[in-house]
Design a protein around this ligand. Sequence first.
Ligand SMILES: Cc1cc2nc3c(=O)[nH]c(=O)nc-3n(C[C@H](O)[C@H](O)[C@H](O)COP(=O)(O)OP(=O)(O)OC[C@H]3O[C@@H](n4cnc5c(N)ncnc54)[C@H](O)[C@@H]3O)c2cc1C
Length: 388
Amino acid sequence: MVESTCIVAGGGIGGLTAALALLRAGVDTRVYEQAPVLGEVGAGLTLSRGAIKCCISLGLEAKLRENMAPAGDFAYVHFSTGARLPAPPPAPAKPGEEPDDAHIYRPDLHAILVDAVRAFGNDRIVLGAALTGIETSPGSVGAQFADGSSAKASLLIGADGARSAVRRIVFGEGPPVFTGKIAYRFMLPAEAAGDFAAVGGPACLFVGHGRVFNRYLVSRGRLLNCVALMRSEVWAQDSWNCPAAAEELLAALPGWHPSVLSLVRRAPPGKLIKWGIFAREPRQTWVAGRVALLGDAAHPMQPFLGLGAAMAIEDGTVLGRACAQLADLDAALAAYVRLRVPRANAVMRLSRTQGELFDTTDPADFPPKGAPSHDRAVGGFEEEGLLF
Ligand SMILES: Cc1cc2nc3c(=O)[nH]c(=O)nc-3n(C[C@H](O)[C@H](O)[C@H](O)COP(=O)(O)OP(=O)(O)OC[C@H]3O[C@@H](n4cnc5c(N)ncnc54)[C@H](O)[C@@H]3O)c2cc1C
């Protein structure tokens, strides 16, 4: 077991999972989050089978099962006719594998992780601490924060999201690049969603020409999560996300099934949010000395497979296990890179491919043969491969 201390910059799903895994491995860890209060964006999240397996290995099974719902028979549906698109039957689960992906309300997952980290001490999460500087020396690393405070540890994890300050400071990279794609997201109370499940069942993805509309229930059936993804030539806003009018989204969905349009019309005023989707090219390493990147800071991915948070959860779990099983921190970091970079970079590429397939495939022919969304291995987590 590694005897060390760790600073985690960023208290999102990735940073908290890493902190929990490291604390369980005996590493004295503190999370530094820039926001003055903890929270997650009020939206849904698909948890892959692999991410669920990781969370279970971190002692979160009971809380997770209370809060998540199996994705079950998730249908692909034609955007205008509402007909179910024929898809290959899912491959059977392997022994010991979760049978299904699951849906969860992001704030619920975040709260589960916060509680689990704080079970090691309330002071394990420091709020209002925006990392602004890093100083490295052999065997240790120092962090400076915007309020003038500082901290020192033997390891620093940059889990500070797609616009990572750690990545900029340590690897000298600029901001991520606009992909030409945007997402519209909103949530509806289930009782305000009408008879939405009559077309496509309770959880489904409507597939159009270069546009998709995903919807499923979260928060024990209380809320319907809706996300539309599409191309957009311009991203005029400086901000990462901004409110949009329902009319704007309706205009982007000409000829779509009334089931979808009626949901958009019901979006609570001011709660329809437009996001630009930004990406980076895959990096071959995420470690420099005693600084390591994790989650979106390491591999921001396009959301077409819904696996970004799942990869962050896998990253944190693997890093914790490497620290638990290896005596030396540098060896643990080398194992982390060896085990995680190929997997996460492959999923980054597949997420981009999936987005391109939505652009180029006639909806009636979706999913085309070999679509990443229908490869069961993509969302799995192969523990047998974890040889430290
Ligand atoms: C439309 C859309 C749908 C998605 N759907 C899914 C899905 O269904 N399933 C899935 O697995 N993934 C999904 N994703 C991807 C997922 O949201 C991200 O991959 C995931 O949230 C990344 O987690 P993270 O902890 O690495 O980063 P973040 O969630 O971005 O967290 C970073 C944290 O760091 C903090 N921070 C930033 N800068 C600093 C600083 N300088 N100092 C201290 N703290 C700092 C931030 O405040 C934040 O709390 C989706 C993404 C989009 C855009």
